[in-house]
Design a protein around this ligand. Structure first.
Ligand SMILES: O=P(O)(O)OC[C@H]1O[C@](O)(CO)[C@@H](O)[C@@H]1O
Length: 318
């Protein structure tokens, strides 16, 4: 099994609220509420640790409510290398309605400054001295963080040549592209924003993915919710159709997909096996609040229900 570092610059406590139907502007009564230690990199870390990998987690954690995360990291079996910063880690609200619609309200997060980033740089330099097999950086940036500050902090990982996986959008994705990640996982909207045009059919999406490969990304996995995944795995293209499942919450589906792809890659599986596993795991994630699991009796039938097939991609990268 592999040694993996996940970087969550702006982690979150996810407050998941189950509702029949959201009535904006009115008093709503929840049917269920649950708070989970989360954030994109942490969600991936949790899945990877559950699949036997040695996982280190880092980023910035508000000192004010760090105990909730510390308990979660111990439960997941991951090593806590987070830099503590002043204030509290944000709470993100996830409103899950009975008809499967989810409304996310993501808070800005605890502000970081130059000294915090220097401490993260020191932590990353220490980690890079015994390099992990892969690094995943995922999610938004906290207030106060700028691209030059982040580039400085990531320098030790870059110099050690550790493969970087990236799941980000907006400025975080743009900045990350300069680091030549081995894989990015935009959804359709994030991909469209990144290439600066609207995208419709599969061919449009694949062409946009090719364009990002031309900017130095080795692989692009385009997540399309219930429509499955398009994966530019190097010069080949694969598509996967997801099985239909009862939806409890879609919040962690994307993070689970990334974790599944990493697990397959780090285990030396074929592309097709890797994609089928990741899509089945992601389908499992939407049936529950939180990340997907492969250790349940239902998982084998989910896996069997995933269809993976090749798709044609343009030979030349623009
Ligand atoms: O960093 P962002 O983009 O605000 O996203 C954070 C949110 O994404 C998730 O990781 C789900 O993808 C949630 O756990 C978390 O609340």
């Amino acid at each position: 099994m592999a040694r993996v570092l996940t970087i969550t610059l702006n982690p979150a406590l996810d407050l998941s609220i189950g509702l029949g139907r959201l009535a904006p502007g009115e008093v709503n009564r929840a049917s269920a509420c649950r708070t989970t230690a989360a954030g994109k990199g942490n969600n991936v870390a949790r899945v990877l640790a559950a699949h036997g990998h040695e996982v280190l987690v880092t980023g910035f954690l508000g000192a004010g409510n760090a105990a909730v995360f510390e308990a979660a990291f111990a439960e997941w079996g991951v090593t806590d290398r987070f830099v503590r910063v002043a204030g509290e880690t944000r709470t993100n609200v996830k409103l899950a309605e009975a008809d499967s619609r989810v409304t996310d309200i993501n808070a800005p997060g605890a502000t970081v400054d130059d000294a915090d980033v220097s401490r993260l740089a020191d932590e990353l330099a220490a980690i890079a001295s015994a390099p992990p097999d892969a690094v995943l950086m995922a999610g938004s940036w906290p207030p106060g963080l700028t691209a030059p500050m982040l580039e400085r902090a990531l320098a030790p990982l870059r110099e050690a040549g550790i493969p970087l996986w990236l799941d980000a959008s907006g400025a975080a994705l743009e900045t990350g592209l300069a680091l030549a990640p081995v894989l990015i996982k935009p959804n359709e909207a994030e991909l469209a924003a990144c290439v600066g045009r609207s995208l419709g059919c599969d061919a449009d999406l694949l062409a946009a993915g090719r364009e990002l490969q031309g900017r130095g990304v080795a692989e692009v996995a385009i997540s399309r919710g219930a429509d499955g995944v398009l994966w530019l795995a190097g010069s080949a293209g694969l598509a996967a159709r997801a099985p239909e499942v009862p939806v409890e919450s879609t919040v962690c589906a994307g993070d689970t997909l990334v974790a599944g792809l990493m697990h397959g890659r780090l285990s030396g599986w074929t592309d097709a096996r890797t994609l089928a596993f990741a899509v089945a795991l992601s389908a499992d994630a939407v049936t529950r609040i939180g990340v997907g699991r492969s250790d349940t009796p239902a998982f084998e039938s989910l896996l069997r229900a995933v269809t993976v097939y090749p798709v044609a991609v343009e030979a030349a990268v623009e």
